[in-house]
Design a binder for this molecule. Structure first.
Ligand SMILES: [Zn+2]
Length: 328
C-alpha cells in the first residue's frame, strides 16, 4: 500500500506512485467541510489516488475541489479520471491551462511528440473534463476549503505559463508545484519538516523544461512566493520543507547556476563554430554542477528516479530554448 502521510491540520500527502516509483510525485488532500485534492498525479496514478482518498474517508460524493498547480501530466494527468470518480468536485486551474483540461487533444499530441513511445507507460491518457466544472484563475483567486479556511491561488509562471502557487490560510502551507524545482529530502528526514537530523536541508534541483521556462518570470515568481510569508513549502516532488526562505533562495540559486552553465555551453559551441549540440551541452552542464549534488550522488537509485522525472537533458533544452529566444 502506498504512502499516505499525515502532515497536521487535516493535510495529508498521498504518494501517487508515478511509474511505480515511491517518493517522486505527491498529491495532497486537505480534509474538512469541503475536502480538496491538490494535484492528481498522472492518469495511470488515478486509481492509487482514489484508493488513498477512500482510506482518508473521502467518498465519491464528498470531494469538493481538485486543484492543479499546472497542467503538466505528472500533476494534472489524472484530472479527467478523478473528475469522473468524484462527480461533485470542481476543477481549479490557471486560466492558460483551462482549455487543455476541457480538450486535452493538443496537450496530448505535444506530449507524444516529446516523450514518444514511453508516453503511455509514463503518463497514460489525460481524459477531457466538462468545461462547466472548470474554474479558471487569472492572477489571483481562492478555493473555499470550508469553515472559513481558504486556499489562495497566485499565478507563478516561469516553469510553465499556467502555474499557480497555493497558500492555505489556516496553516501557511504553500503548495509550490514545480515553481521552485524539486526537493529531495535526505534519508530519514522528518516527516513533517522535511529536514534531516540537525535541521539540514536535502537536495534541490531545478525544473526548467521546454517550452515555457523563463528565468525572469521564474525568479519573479519565487520572489512573489517568498513575500507570501509561508510557514512551510509542500513540493509536488517531493514533500514538505519547513525552511521556507532558505529553500526559495536555494531554488533561485539553482536556476541561475544552470542557466549560466548552459549559456557557457552555448558560447563554447559557438566559439568552435559548431551548431548547438544538446548532448555536449548536457555533459558540460552535468560536469559543472556535479559537486552541488554530492549527497545525491551517494544515493544512485534515488538520483535515477528523479532524473527520470526531470532529466538534465530536459532542463538544459528548456534553458537553451529560452536563451535562443533572447539571442544569447
Ligand atoms: Zn512536475
Amino acid at each position: 500500500m502506498r504512502e499516505v502521510r499525515e502532515l497536521g491540520a487535516d493535510v495529508h500527502l498521498i504518494d501517487t506512485a508515478m511509474s511505480g516509483f515511491d517518493g517522486i510525485v505527491a498529491a495532497y488532500a486537505i480534509l474538512g467541510d469541503r475536502p480538496c485534492l491538490v494535484e492528481t498525479g498522472t492518469a495511470t496514478s488515478a486509481p492509487v489516488v482514489r484508493e488513498a482518498l477512500g482510506r482518508l474517508g473521502v467518498g465519491a460524493e464528498d470531494l469538493a475541489t481538485i486543484v492543479v498547480t499546472h497542467i503538466h501530466l505528472d500533476h494534472a494527468g489524472g484530472v479527467g479520471d478523478l473528475a469522473a470518480a468524484f462527480p461533485k468536485a470542481q476543477i481549479v486551474v490557471q486560466d492558460t491551462g483551462a482549455r487543455h483540461l476541457a480538450d486535452p487533444s493538443k496537450l496530448m499530441a505535444s506530449a507524444r511528440r516529446v516523450f514518444g513511445p514511453v508516453m503511455d507507460e509514463l503518463f497514460g491518457e489525460l481524459l477531457p473534463t466538462d468545461a462547466a466544472r472548470i474554474q479558471a484563475i487569472g492572477d489571483v483567486g481562492s478555493v473555499d476549503l470550508g469553515g472559513g479556511r481558504q486556499l489562495r491561488a497566485y499565478h507563478t509562471p516561469g516553469h510553465a505559463r499556467h502555474h499557480l502557487g497555493l497558500v492555505d490560510s489556516a496553516t501557511g502551507d504553500l503548495y509550490v508545484g514545480d515553481a521552485a524545482g524539486l526537493y529531495i529530502p535526505d534519508e530519514g528526514a522528518d516527516a513533517r519538516t522535511g529536514l534531516g537530523p540537525g535541521g539540514d536541508m536535502g537536495e534541490m534541483m531545478p525544473g526548467t523544461p521546454p517550452p515555457d521556462f523563463d528565468l525572469d518570470l521564474a525568479v519573479a515568481s519565487l520572489h512573489r512566493m517568498r513575500d507570501l510569508g509561508a510557514q512551510r513549502l509542500l513540493f509536488s516532488h517531493y514533500g514538505p520543507i519547513s525552511r521556507v526562505d532558505d529553500s526559495l533562495a536555494r531554488a533561485e540559486e539553482e536556476m541561475r547556476v544552470w542557466v549560466e552553465a548552459v549559456r557557457d555551453a552555448r558560447r563554447d559551441g559557438a566559439g568552435r563554430g559548431a551548431e548547438f549540440d544538446l548532448d555536449h551541452a548536457v555533459a558540460m552542464v552535468r560536469d559543472r554542477v556535479k559537486d552541488r549534488y554530492a549527497g545525491l550522488a551517494a544515493r544512485p537509485e534515488e538520483a535515477a528516479k528523479f532524473e527520470g522525472l526531470s532529466s538534465a537533458a530536459a532542463n538544459v533544452s528548456g534553458i537553451a530554448r529560452w536563451l535562443e529566444a533572447r539571442g544569447e
